[in-house]
Design a protein around this ligand. Structure first.
Ligand code: SIN
Ligand code: MN
Length: 196
C-alpha cells in the first residue's frame, strides 16, 4: 500500500468488537441510518449516519459536513470506546470531530474517492471494520493511477496518514456470511476524522 497507510489487522478482539457494535446501536437509535444522494442524485448503496460535532452528508448540492442529522437533531457523541482507539493509535492532543458510521448490506459498495472535505490533511483518517469482510481498493493520490486490493476483516483498523491521507480508496464488495458479529450480516465501517 501507499506510504502512510497502516493496517492493524485484528486490532480489536471479538469482545471489544461486540461492545462497539452495542455503542453503534445506540448511535443509530439516536441518529437513524439514511441513504445519502450522490451529487448526481442517485441514492448511495451504503447507509450512513454519524456521531460527533459534525456528520458527513451528501445530496445534489455535493459532499459536506453538516451540524445536524437530516431529521434536524444533533449528532450523538462519539462513543468513548471508539475515541479510545484514536487516542491509542493517533493522538490524545485532538479528538476527531466526526465518526461516520457506514453500513454495508451484502450488495453495497463504495466507488473510488478521496476524503477531502476536511480542513487539515495533517490529521489521518482512522477506519474500523466490523462484521463481514470487505474487498477494499486503494490507489495513490492521482486519479486513474494503479490500485491494489486488500481484504478488511472484522476488528481491523486502517489508518490513512501522510501520503495515504489523500489516497483514492473504495469498497468493491462485501463477502456476505464471513462474520457472525452482526446477527443480520453486513458490515459496519467507522471512519474517524478531524474536520475543522
Ligand atoms: C469510506 O471511505 O468512507 C469507507 C471505507 C470503508 O468502508 O472501509
Ligand atoms: Mn473515504
Amino acid at each position: 500500500m501507499i506510504g502512510g497507510a497502516a493496517l492493524h489487522s485484528g486490532y480489536l478482539d471479538v469482545r471489544e468488537q461486540a461492545a462497539i457494535v452495542e455503542d453503534i446501536r445506540a448511535v443509530v437509535a439516536a441518529a437513524p441510518l439514511f441513504s445519502p444522494l450522490t451529487p448526481w442524485g442517485k441514492p448511495m448503496s451504503v447507509r450512513m449516519t454519524s456521531a460527533g460535532k459534525y456528520g458527513w452528508y451528501s445530496d445534489r448540492k455535493g459532499y459536506r459536513y453538516a451540524e445536524r442529522h437530516p431529521a434536524g437533531t444533533q449528532w450523538p457523541p462519539i462513543p468513548e470506546r471508539v475515541l479510545a482507539i484514536w487516542h491509542r493509535l493517533v493522538s490524545r492532543a485532538r479528538d476527531p470531530d466526526c465518526c461516520l458510521v457506514n453500513y454495508y448490506g451484502e450488495n453495497a459498495k463504495m466507488g473510488l474517492h478521496q476524503d477531502r472535505d476536511e480542513a487539515d490533511f495533517g490529521w489521518p483518517v482512522l477506519s474500523v471494520s466490523l462484521g463481514d469482510d470487505a474487498r477494499f481498493r486503494i490507489g495513490g493520490t492521482e486519479r486513474g493511477g494503479p490500485t491494489e486490493s486488500v481484504w478488511l476483516r472484522s476488528g481491523d483498523v486502517l489508518i490513512l496518514g501522510g501520503a495515504a491521507r489523500l489516497a483514492h480508496h473504495g469498497v468493491d464488495r462485501i463477502a456476505a456470511g464471513t462474520s457472525t458479529l452482526l446477527p443480520k450480516g453486513g458490515r459496519i465501517n467507522l471512519t474517524l476524522r478531524v474536520v475543522d
